[in-house]
Ligand binder design. Sequence first.
Ligand code: HEM
Length: 135
Amino acid sequence: MPDEAAISSVYSLIGDAGFERLVAAFYRQVPTDNLLGPLYPPEDLAGAEDRLRSFLIFRFGGPDRYLHERGHPQLRMRHAPFAIDQTVRDRWVLLMDQALVEAELPAAATAIVQPFLHEVATFLINRGAKPNLVS
Ligand code: HEM
């Protein structure tokens, strides 16, 4: 996992515009994805996009609108309703890796954002053989 100083520096590297490109490129792929499409609310994809974008902006050192609107992230708790096994996690990571390519962030930002997203995605696995280390 990148250290906290690196994580909080990303917003100053890419600003709102970088997160906008990244998250839009991710959500463009979701509706037609056979594994992820059914998990997301079809009537509120724009809302889902806004929640992920404002979370990432907050977590990577930008304004904390997410906290004011949604409270503490509690990502494991918020993902509990969705069955996330290794296969679903890997698909989420694949779509996000494709979004990172499309968004063309500066290499220094990608080098921090990509491992962060991969590791949090692993942490959110809540079904299957992997033992839950956090309850
Ligand atoms: C491991 C695969 C993942 C799956 C299958 C998944 C799936 C979902 C789904 C279905 C939602 C509900 C959409 C909505 O907001 O209406 C959601 C919300 C969210 N996800 Fe994920 N997610 C994954 C990984 C991640 C990762 C790695 C992060 C952060 C780094 C993340 C951050 C969020 C946030 C911030 C929300 C909105 C929470 C809220 O405020 O309600 N997710 N996710």
